[in-house]
Unconditional design. Structure first.
Length: 382
C-alpha cells in the first residue's frame, strides 16, 4: 500500500503499520518540524518527506491507499483557549479534507483531542460527505455525519490520553485493558539522566487514604456508575469509578473515589470542584513538588496508577513527575515517555532531550493506532 501521513511528526503511524502487520510500499510524510523529521529519518530513512501540507498541490503523488494524520490540536484544546477554527493551526484540518477529496484513498484516519460539539460536528459533517457509504459504521452516523470514536491510551499503556478518531475502518471496538501502570514502564535506579532528572525536596501536601478515612464516614460498599462526558453522549465510557463518600450534599465535585477503582477525568474546574468528565483509568496525585510555578507543574503522581497525558513539555519543569519513595520525586526520562507512547526504547535518540520530550508529546500512542489498523481490509467501504 502507498501511505500518506499528514502532520507526520516522528512517524508513529509508520511504527503502527508495521506493528499491525500491514505491508507498506511507499510512505510519504508531510512534516515541518526539523527535529521531528530527524527522528523519523533516524528510524525510517526510506520515508519520502514532502514538507508543508500547505504545498500539497505541488506533490503530484501516485495512487494513495491510506491517508492518516493528527491535525494540530492546540486550537481545539482547553489549554489552547478553544479558539477552534479561528486558530490558524486548527484550519489545517481543511487541508487534510482537501487532500482526502483529491486522492480519494480507500482508508483514512484522523486523530484529534476532545473538543466542543460545534467543532466536532464541522469535522464529522465534512468527512461524512466524502465517505457517505460507510455501511459498516452506519451506527456512527447522525444526519450524514461520520462520528468519531473515542479511545483512551490508558487501556494499552501507562498513560491517560483520550483522543478522538475519525475513520472509515470498520468494526473498531475498545481495546482490552492491559492493566499497565506507571511502575511497569519505569527505568530502574534512576538518579540522574544527562541533567534531566531532578530529585526534589520532600513531597508536600501528601494525601493518604488513611487521612481520608479519618475525616469521612465512608460507605465502603458504595459504587457509582461512570460520569458521562459532557462533550458528547455518543462517546463510550471506558470503565467504572468507585465512589466511596461525599464531602457534602450533592454535586459531582463533592464525590470521593476509592483508590482501588478508577477516577473520573477532571473537566473544567470552577469553585475548586472538578467538573464532569468521562470515567477513565486514572492518575493518582499524591502530593506536590517543591517548585515555583502553577499547580500543573508541581503535581507528583504515584507509580501505582497512570501517567497524565504527555504534552510537548517545553521546559520549565513541565515533564510529568513521579514519587520515588513517597518522600522524593523525579521527572520521567525520555525513555519512559517513549514507553508511555508504546514506542521502542531510544526511538527518539539522536536529538536533544528537550526535542525528544516535545516530539513525544506531539506523537501518537502507537499501540492504539496499531489496534485501529488491525481492522483494515482491502474492502474497507468508502
Amino acid at each position: 500500500m502507498n501511505v500518506l501521513s499528514l502532520f507526520d511528526g516522528i512517524s508513529c503511524g509508520r511504527v503502527a503499520l508495521e506493528r499491525a502487520g500491514i505491508k507498506v510500499d511507499k510512505y510519504y510524510a508531510s512534516e515541518i518540524d526539523k527535529r521531528a523529521i530527524q527522528v523519523s529519518r533516524n528510524n525510517w530513512p526510506e520515508i519520502i518527506q514532502l514538507g508543508s501540507i500547505t504545498e500539497w498541490h505541488k506533490w503530484g503523488l501516485p495512487r494513495i491507499d491510506i491517508v492518516i494524520g493528527g491535525s494540530p490540536c492546540q486550537g481545539f484544546s482547553i489549554a489552547g483557549g478553544r479558539a477552534n477554527f479561528d486558530d490558524p493551526r486548527s484550519k489545517l484540518f481543511f487541508e487534510f479534507y482537501a487532500i482526502l477529496k483529491h486522492y480519494k484513498p480507500e482508508v483514512f484516519l484522523l486523530e484529534n483531542v476532545l473538543m466542543d460539539s460545534k467543532s466536532c460536528d464541522v469535522i464529522s459533517s465534512m468527512l461524512g460527505e466524502l465517505y457517505p457509504n460507510c455501511v459498516e459504521q452506519k451506527q456512527l452516523f447522525k444526519t450524514g455525519r461520520l462520528e468519531p470514536i473515542m479511545l483512551n491510551s490508558a487501556l494499552v499503556s501507562a498513560q491517560n490520553r483520550e483522543r478522538l478518531y475519525w475513520t472509515n475502518i470498520p468494526n473498531i471496538q475498545q481495546p482490552k485493558d492491559k492493566g499497565i501502570m506507571l511502575k511497569d514502564i519505569l527505568e530502574q535506579d534512576i538518579h540522574t539522566y544527562n541533567g534531566v532528572m531532578v530529585n526534589g525536596a520532600a513531597i508536600r501536601n501528601q494525601v493518604t487514604r488513611s487521612g481520608i478515612e479519618e475525616q469521612l464516614n465512608i460507605r465502603k460498599d458504595g459504587k457509582s456508575n461512570c460520569v458521562v462526558s459532557t462533550f458528547s453522549n455518543r462517546l463510550n465510557c471506558v470503565s467504572w469509578c468507585h465512589q466511596i463518600a461525599l464531602i457534602g450534599p450533592g454535586g459531582q465535585g463533592n464525590r470521593i473515589y476509592s483508590i482501588d477503582g478508577k477516577i473520573p477525568t477532571l473537566g473544567s474546574q470552577t469553585g475548586g470542584k472538578a467538573g464532569p468528565g468521562s470515567c477513565l483509568i486514572g492518575c493518582k496525585q499524591i502530593g506536590e513538588a517543591d517548585l515555583k510555578g502553577n499547580d500543573s507543574i508541581r503535581r507528583v503522581y504515584s507509580p501505582d496508577a497512570k501517567s497524565p497525558t504527555l504534552t510537548t513539555m517545553g521546559g520549565g519543569h513541565r515533564e510529568p513527575k513521579i514519587s520515588q519513595d513517597n518522600i522524593t520525586w523525579r521527572k520521567l526520562t525520555p525513555i519512559e515517555c517513549e514507553r508511555l507512547q508504546t514506542l521502542p526504547d531510544n526511538y527518539t535518540a539522536g536529538v536533544s532531550n528537550s526535542a525528544r520530550y516535545h516530539a513525544l508529546g506531539n506523537g501518537w500512542t502507537v499501540d492504539v493506532i496499531a489496534h485501529i489498523f488491525k481492522h483494515i481490509s482491502l474492502h474497507t467501504p468508502n
